[in-house]
Design a protein around this ligand. Structure first.
Ligand SMILES: [Zn+2]
Length: 283
């Protein structure tokens, strides 16, 4: 990991949000601290409950407030800087009632801690999945009082939506829209098509609501969601782009599509900075 993080830093990555699920966060803290000190990479500890298949059993019987209590305690113990990914199961049309409960609990935990929330959408995992899924997620969070400016809706780049209707509706409400699988999962939506959607999104005036990332999670998913032979080696230690995938592989495509350096800086630096900044609260 030190080799990977040093290479990412050299390629211009300044900070990585380390998402884990199942509230293992406090256990990871000493490891992340050691890595950060050894590499100079800023690492933000984050946690969430992923999807209903991955939930621990007790979530079914716990109340929203009890789940929120657990999240807040974990956030404090793990010195978290974000909550995520909260997700929905593959293929389902709408959010499951249990997932709705967990989202509302996440919203309540956000209100008590200030930590921003990022989510996982199930776009392209089945024909039943509604285009509005990300809007449903935001509905749940807003229903308990979360301001959309503290929310990033994930995997919108896997929703084939040439007019970026859903992304624009999210941005209009003030939320961040994450094109966070660029260079990967292109069997669903190609990078070229994603660029077309990004241009339409920027054209609509929502540059301050766009986040990009690659959903690259190291060796666990080697080969999953990769285009055959592209981009060659995956990991930095093998000569691949590693955690710098968005900067090394996708930003050049953005530039080629005519997106100016200044705009790219806003998208890759100012937006994540604004999304991740919060005033800590005494939970
Ligand atoms: Zn995800």
């Amino acid at each position: 990991m030190e080799v990977e993080l040093k290479a990412a830093k050299a390629a211009g990555v300044g900070c990585i949000v380390s998402a884990s699920t199942g509230l293992s966060g406090p256990l990871l803290l000493p490891y992340l601290r050691k890595l950060s000190e050894g590499t100079g990479m800023h690492l933000i500890n984050a946690t969430a409950y992923y999807t209903k298949q991955n939930y621990p059993k007790e979530l079914a019987t716990q109340s929203e407030d009890e789940i929120a209590d657990g999240l807040v305690q974990t956030a404090m113990a793990g010195q978290m800087g974000a909550f995520g990914e909260f997700g929905v199961a593959n293929g389902e049309a709408e959010m499951d009632p249990l997932e709705k409960k967990v989202f509302r609990a996440a919203g309540k935990a956000h209100l008590r801690t200030g930590l921003p929330i990022f989510t996982h959408n199930n776009y392209s995992t089945g024909s039943e999945v509604r285009p509005e899924m990300a809007l449903y997620q935001l509905d749940q969070l807003e229903s308990v009082g979360v301001h959309p400016g503290s929310v990033a809706l994930g995997h919108l780049c896997c929703h084939d939506d040439p007019k970026v209707d859903v992304a624009k509706r999210l941005a209009k409400r003030g939320a961040f829209v994450a094109f966070d699988r660029v260079t990967r999962q292109q069997q669903w939506v190609s990078d070229q098509h994603r660029l077309t959607m990004i241009l339409a999104f920027l054209e609509a005036g929502y540059i301050d609501n766009l986040l990009i990332s690659s959903d690259y999670i190291g060796r666990i998913n080697t080969g999953v969601g990769e285009v055959n032979g592209y981009p060659g080696p995956l990991h930095a230690r093998d000569g691949g782009p590693g955690y710098a995938r968005p900067l090394k592989l996708f930003v050049p495509l953005m530039k080629k599509a005519g997106i100016k350096e200044k705009a790219i800086r806003r998208i890759t630096q100012d937006n994540p900075r604004r999304f991740l900044s919060f005033i800590p609260k005494q939970a």
